[in-house]
Design a protein around this ligand. Structure first.
Ligand SMILES: Nc1ncnc2c1ncn2[C@@H]1O[C@H](COP(=O)(O)OP(=O)(O)O)[C@@H](O)[C@H]1O
Ligand SMILES: [Mg+2]
Length: 249
């Protein structure tokens, strides 16, 4: 479970994230969408404990991020938008490095590493240097490493960027399987098709504020367009004067 309470981050006069409150229950896939600069990455960095909020709180599986950061972070598998990989390690070495940080017991590591490399189609590359990996392979390795400690919560910033269609299908399948096992997933994405497809609920952030949350049907109801796709809902709620205008006050 993820709980954000009045989360605010102020860099300049205008807050990047403004009084954002949200609960994502166990087993839910929550999609976080919004225009560039809306505050998605800033929200995600606060959720992952990488930056401190100006005010408000983050709780992961009931553990407060500010009070107990190590315990909260141990519950998270975090996949950043611009991940860092060590080019001179092999895929397997990188997984071992990450597994040690998360204190995965050495006796379970081998089986977990094999399982995750297999899931992400990287088994044949386990002992090659990361410098030889393609962009998509690097991204899949990052995901494999983020799942190595069986996190309760997976937080992903833009998971689909640069993935080819088979990899997108694979990642969607893994997210669904994880959610079925009770993992809570929070993902920001520009791929509205993916969000519509895989997310149970969607939140729209605009200029730092969470302006709408709900299932696709609930969001459609907000703009009184029952067959609209997410793209149309998104445009209607974030760009003034599109055909389906948001409900008045
Ligand atoms: N480290 C920073 N210092 C100053 N401003 C920042 C910093 N990080 C983000 N911002 C600003 O905060 C706003 C939200 O950015 P971000 O969270 O990256 O948006 P998104 O991920 O939705 O594109 C933007 O206006 C951005 O310029
Ligand atoms: Mg971003």
């Amino acid at each position: 479970m993820i709980e954000l309470n009045h989360l605010t981050k102020r860099y300049a006069r205008v807050p990047a994230v403004n009084d954002l409150s949200l609960k994502v229950p166990r087993g839910e896939i929550f999609g976080f969408i919004g225009p560039n600069g809306a505050g998605k990455t800033t929200t995600i960095k606060m959720m992952a404990g990488l930056i401190a909020p100006t005010s408000g709180t983050v709780s992961i599986g009931g553990v407060d991020m500010a009070r107990n950061p190590e315990k909260a972070k141990a519950k998270i598998g975090f996949i950043p938008d611009r991940p860092y990989l060590y080019e001179k390690l092999t895929g397997m070495e990188f997984l071992r490095f990450i597994a040690r940080i998360y204190r995965v017991p050495a006796e379970t590591f081998e089986a977990k590493a094999r399982e995750n490399l297999e899931r992400f189609g990287l088994s044949d590359w386990a002992h090659d240097l990361i410098e030889a990996y393609s962009h998509g392979m690097r991204q899949r390795l990052i995901m494999a490493s983020a799942l190595i400690h069986d996190p309760e919560v997976i937080i992903v910033d833009e998971p689909m960027v640069g993935l080819d269609p088979p990899a997108v299908l694979l990642v969607k399948r893994i997210f669904r399987e994880s959610a079925e096992k009770g993992v809570t997933l929070f993902m920001s994405t520009h791929s509205l098709g993916v969000a519509q497809d895989v997310c149970h609920r969607i939140g729209i952030i605009h200029r730092g504020r969470l302006i709408a949350t709900g299932t696709l049907d609930q969001l459609r109801a907000r703009i009184r367009a029952k067959d609209a796709d997410l793209e149309r809902v998104f445009m209607a709620l974030t760009v003034p004067n599109t055909d389906a205008a948001p409900e008045g006050p």
